[in-house]
Write a protein that binds this ligand. Sequence first.
Ligand SMILES: Cc1cc2nc3c(=O)[nH]c(=O)nc-3n(C[C@H](O)[C@H](O)[C@H](O)COP(=O)(O)OP(=O)(O)OC[C@H]3O[C@@H](n4cnc5c(N)ncnc54)[C@H](O)[C@@H]3O)c2cc1C
Length: 421
Amino acid sequence: MESYDAVIIGAGPAGCASALFLHRAGYKVIVLDRALFPRDKVCGEFISPAADSILEDLGVLSSIEEENPERVRGVFISSYGGAELGIDYPPIEKGQKSPTSLSVPRFLLDNLLLKQLKNVGIKVLEEHSVDDFIFDSGNVVGIKVKAPENHRLEITTKVVIDAGGRNAISLRRLNLKNKIKNEGKIAIAAHWKNIRLPQAYCYMHVGSPGYTGIAQVARDTINAVMITGTSQIKGQNITEFYKNGIKQNKKRRALLAGAELAEEPRTVESLAFSVKAPKCGGLVLVGDAAGFIDPFTGEGIYLSLRSAQLAATTLDCAFKTSNFSRSKLAEYDQARSNEFSAKFTLSKILQKVIYNRRLCNLVVKNLSKNPFLADEIVGVIGDYLPAKNAVSLRFLIKFLRGILSPQNKLIDTTVSEALNA
Ligand SMILES: Cc1cc2nc3c(=O)[nH]c(=O)nc-3n(C[C@H](O)[C@H](O)[C@H](O)COP(=O)(O)OP(=O)(O)OC[C@H]3O[C@@H](n4cnc5c(N)ncnc54)[C@H](O)[C@@H]3O)c2cc1C
């Protein structure tokens, strides 16, 4: 039985960031991951500009920069093969240069994060799967681990940070995932080689059989993720479905002309979900384990890093007062909710928009005529403008004004499009 101040389950962005923040504050931490690194992960691999400062603070940005990573200057949106628009990130402050966002394969990014743990002397156990908690008086005080060669291990601690992602042990063991009523969605992702995109955008194509996010992740390599309904696949071969789905959209077809699939596409169930706070003390959830936002706005990595930062602040105070009760740790849940809830609402609104062809066309056209609104949306998606800027009555009024303004004729165009469809 070994003992640590904090045990961290998972060495993804949330787990590594949690470990680095707590280690720097002087606490003895250990990180366990069931995978052997470097490991891959289905992801759009496109990181919000706001993540740069956290990665720098963690001491990882310089090692990412040494790899000469791709950087993206904004988002290009195309709606059902029709209306389209490229939006550059607006400057963080007036008169400043516009920020850019990293676009890095997860195989590389997650491994650099893990290396940083080892560089600063944090103990990491790979190929160790946490399969239960140790409880005392209803509170979590440790973990039970399946180690290689069927060895078992128990580790006691003051607090467990579950950063195990979408299928985190806490969600299953403590039944914390809220049930979802929507149709199941699946993400299919692959890298393509021999391709250089025309501009440094993350290309979001909304259309049939789903939407895709395409970004340059290396000199001649792109990552293309398609999100579609599970029912659309109906027993078809995944690779064929994916290749045909990409080519079904003329804009995607043009973009990927001459490119070759570099690997077999990988899949992951891709549904947004929310999570109930645990009822016990001694446990906090960070990153995807605390809730998953649909990847359309592509900021899960930033949210993971930022939630780790918020959790570390609450935990530092918990260590200083030796108070790991549920009510103390709930301060983190509250801070997280204060900061992210408007963003989650925006993500839900965008989901409604992208799955409605007419509405999606209308929104993209309106944004193209109102650069100010487009800038606000992209700044919010980039996580450096407050989400409440876009989830507000003020924004809605400006948006409706844009639609109703006679010179825009957006309603007329949309109605005539609908009649011609
Ligand atoms: C289709 C898709 C596209 C996406 N695109 C983007 C994008 O473009 N940009 C972006 O920012 N975000 C994107 N995301 C979201 C992003 O991938 C996640 O938000 C991010 O990976 C969450 O990090 P995490 O550290 O919480 O979890 P993860 O990265 O999932 O890491 C969890 C780790 O925990 C380990 N683990 C789990 N359970 C246990 C256990 N019981 N014992 C030991 N180890 C365990 C796993 O092996 C894993 O290494 C996308 C997600 C999907 C599904």
